[in-house]
Design a protein. Structure first.
Length: 579
C-alpha cells in the first residue's frame, strides 16, 4: 500500500503560504473544528493534488495572495508518501510537489531519485496508475450529480470487468467512436463553409458573425454510453436518487462509492475524501455508516486511506480509538500591510491544523458534550454526585484540560441515563469501576474522591478489597477527613453564610442567627450537618438535595478553597504535563 503520511498546503483557499503541515497521517483521518475554519479545504487540497485540472483560480487562490499579487500566488500542495510499490520489497519515502504556478510540463516535482518519478509527466502517470481519488462533498455539487458522476466513472468499468462481451463491445465502440471523430475533423471545414453562406445576412449589415463548429474530443465516452442509465432507489417506488430523502441520497452515494472502488480498483490505492458523511443522516444511519467505514479500514486487504471532516458525535466519541487519527482546524486572523495592496492594511485569515493534544481533545469533547460520556477515556475522576462534580470542575478550571468525571446519576437528572442500579452516592463507585473495566480495555488512571462520612469509609474498604481485580487501572483513593463532606473543604463559614444568603430568602432573613449558631457549634459537626440541623430547628423549607445543588452553582469560585484537592490531582494527573 502507498500511504500519504504528511501534507503541506500553501496559497490554497483558507491556507496561506505559512507552515500548514498536517503530520503523522494514518489510514483513517478525522478533521474537526467549527464552521468556516477550513476543514473542507483540506479535502479540496488533496483532491487538487490528484486532479490539478479541477483548479479554479477565481475561488481556489488564497484571498491575500490574490489581493497582493505576489509572484507565487497559486497553490502548492506538497504530499509525503510511504510507498512499498515503487520498488518491490523496499519501503520508499519521498515528497511530491504539485505547484500550480508552473506549466503542466513542470507541474509535479519530487525529491525522489527514482527513474519512474524523474519528470512531471512520469509522476502524473505514476499517480494515475497507482491511485484512485474520490471526493464526496456536501457543498460543491448536489447529490444526484455526484451519483451520476460516479456512474460515469465507474459503472461502465464494472460492467466491463464482470462481462467479457460488454468489454469487447465497448472497446470496439471506442475504436469506432475515435474513427468517427477523426472523420468529422477532416471534413469539418467543408461543413463550416457551407453553413457560412447562410450567414451572409449578418455581414451585409456589417455584423461580423460566422458559424464555427467545435468538436469536444475531451468528452468522456462513458457520458455518451451511460446517458440513458440512471440510478434509482426502490422503496416500493423506484425513483431517481434526488426524489428520495437527503439522508438516503447521501448514504447511497457513499455506499455506492465504497462498492465500486473495491470492485474496480482493487489494485489501486484509494484516497477517499468524505465531507461530513453524517450530513442529513438519521443517527442510526450515522452509526451504521461509521461501522461500514471501520469494516473497510479493518479489512486485511484494505488499500484505502480516508480523510473525513465531521461534526458528528458518533465519530468524535472515537477520539481515544487508536484506529482514528484526529486533527483540529481553527482559523487565525490578523491585520497586515502589503506593499502591493491598495488597502492600508488587509485582514489575513488562515487555517491552522493541529493534531489532537490532551488540551484540544478536552475542548472538542466539551464543545460537543462528550467529555464525560466517552467510554475509553484514560483519565477519570470518580466522585459521589453531581455537586461534587461541580466543585471538581471549578477546582480544575485553570488547567488546560481536565479528566473525565463520573458519578452516580439519578433518574430525574435531565438528559442523564438511569444509573440507579449501581447504587447511590459512595455505593456506586465499585459499580462504576466494574463498568469501566468491562466497557474498554484501555489502561486508565482513576482518582476516587470520597466523603469522610460512614458511607465513604465503607466504600473505601470495599474498593481496597477489590482493587486487585482491576489490572488495567492505576487507582488512587482519597477520602476527605473523617466526618467531613466536600462542602467542608471548599467552604469556610463566612463563604457558606454568604452563599446560603444568595440562594435562600429564609437564610437571608436569619443570617445573623445562623452565624451565631455556627459559632456556638464550631468543630462539633461538619458544615452540612450543622446547616441541616439549623434548617430543621427553624422549619425552613430547603430540601437537602436542592440546597447542595444551589450551593455548588452559586459559590464564589475565586474564594472557594482549592488547594486541598488541586495538589493531589496535580501530582496524579498533571505531573507529566507538557504544553
Amino acid at each position: 500500500m502507498i500511504k500519504i503520511s504528511q501534507i503541506k498546503i500553501s496559497n490554497f483557499r483558507s491556507f496561506t503560504n505559512e507552515e500548514n503541515i498536517i503530520r503523522e497521517l494514518d489510514v483513517l483521518n478525522i478533521f474537526a473544528g467549527r464552521n468556516n475554519v477550513g476543514k473542507t479545504n483540506v479535502l479540496r487540497a488533496i483532491n487538487l493534488f490528484f486532479n490539478p485540472k479541477s483548479y479554479n483560480p477565481s475561488i481556489d487562490r488564497n484571498a491575500i495572495k490574490e489581493i497582493t499579487k505576489g509572484a507565487s500566488k497559486d497553490p502548492v500542495i506538497t504530499v509525503d508518501f510511504i510507498d512499498d510499490e515503487l520498488e518491490t520489497g523496499k519501503e520508499s519515502k519521498y515528497q511530491i510537489y504539485c505547484n500550480l504556478n508552473k506549466e503542466e510540463s513542470e507541474l509535479y516535482k519530487t525529491n525522489s531519485k527514482h527513474a519512474k518519478l524523474n519528470s512531471s509527466s512520469k509522476i502524473k502517470k505514476y499517480l494515475n496508475t497507482k491511485f484512485k481519488c474520490v471526493y464526496l462533498s456536501t457543498t460543491d455539487q448536489d447529490l444526484s450529480s455526484q451519483a451520476f458522476s460516479l456512474l460515469n466513472d465507474m459503472v461502465l468499468e464494472y460492467f466491463k470487468k464482470k462481462h467479457k462481451k460488454i468489454k469487447q463491445t465497448v472497446e470496439e465502440f471506442e475504436r469506432q467512436y475515435d474513427l468517427l471523430l477523426g472523420t468529422f475533423k477532416e471534413h469539418i471545414n467543408d461543413i463550416e463553409s457551407d453553413l457560412d453562406n447562410e450567414f451572409k445576412l449578418f455581414r451585409e449589415n456589417h455584423i461580423e458573425i460566422k458559424p464555427k463548429l467545435v468538436i469536444d474530443d475531451q468528452a468522456k465516452i462513458t457520458e455518451f454510453l451511460l446517458k440513458n442509465i440512471s440510478l434509482k432507489l426502490d422503496d416500493d417506488y423506484a425513483q431517481i436518487i434526488d426524489a428520495k430523502g437527503a439522508g438516503v441520497q447521501r448514504t447511497s452515494v457513499i455506499l455506492l462509492t465504497f462498492f465500486l472502488l473495491n470492485e474496480i480498483f482493487q489494485k489501486h490505492n484509494k484516497i477517499i475524501l468524505l465531507d461530513e458523511p453524517e450530513a442529513f443522516l438519521y443517527p442510526l444511519l450515522t452509526t451504521g455508516l461509521k461501522d461500514s467505514i471501520l469494516e473497510l479500514v479493518n479489512n486485511e486487504n484494505n488499500k484505502s486511506q480516508l480523510f473525513i471532516t465531521t461534526h458528528s458525535r458518533e465519530f468524535l466519541k472515537e477520539v481515544n480509538n487508536p484506529i482514528f487519527r484526529f486533527y483540529n482546524i481553527r482559523q487565525s486572523k490578523r491585520k497586515q500591510s502589503y506593499q502591493r495592496s491598495k488597502n492600508d492594511f488587509d485582514i489575513v485569515k488562515n487555517s491552522v491544523v493541529s493534531k489532537f493534544t490532551n488540551e484540544i481533545k478536552n475542548q472538542v469533547l466539551k464543545n460537543y458534550g462528550l467529555l464525560d460520556e466517552v467510554d475509553d477515556h484514560r483519565e477519570i475522576i470518580i466522585c459521589e454526585g453531581k455537586t461534587d462534580k461541580n466543585y471538581i470542575e471549578y477546582i480544575l478550571e485553570s488547567k488546560p484540560y481536565r479528566p473525565q468525571i463520573r458519578y452516580e446519576k439519578y433518574k430525574n437528572d435531565e438528559n442523564d441515563l438511569d444509573f440507579n442500579f449501581v447504587g447511590s452516592g459512595a455505593e456506586s463507585v465499585v459499580s462504576i469501576l466494574v463498568y469501566l473495566d468491562k466497557v474498554s480495555q484501555v489502561h486508565r488512571k482513576i482518582f476516587i474522591l470520597l466523603d469522610g462520612d460512614p458511607a465513604g469509609e465503607k466504600a473505601k474498604k470495599k474498593i481496597n478489597s477489590e482493587i486487585s481485580k482491576f489490572r488495567n487501572f492505576e487507582i488512587e483513593v482519597y477520602s476527605i477527613d473523617s466526618g467531613k463532606e466536600i462542602e467542608d473543604m471548599v467552604f469556610d463559614e463566612d463563604l457558606l453564610v454568604e452563599t446560603l444568603k444568595k440562594t435562600s430568602e429564609d437564610f437571608s432573613a436569619k443570617q445573623q442567627e445562623f452565624v451565631r449558631f455556627l459559632s456556638s457549634k464550631h468543630g462539633q459537626k461538619n458544615l452540612m450537618d450543622l446547616t441541616k440541623e439549623f434548617i430543621s430547628y427553624h422549619s425552613i423549607n430547603y430540601p437537602e438535595g436542592k440546597m447542595k445543588g444551589d450551593l455548588s452553582q452559586n459559590i464564589d469560585r475565586e474564594r472557594m478553597n482549592k488547594s486541598w484537592l488541586l495538589d493531589r490531582l496535580n501530582s496524579f494527573f498533571y505531573s507529566d504535563e507538557v504544553f
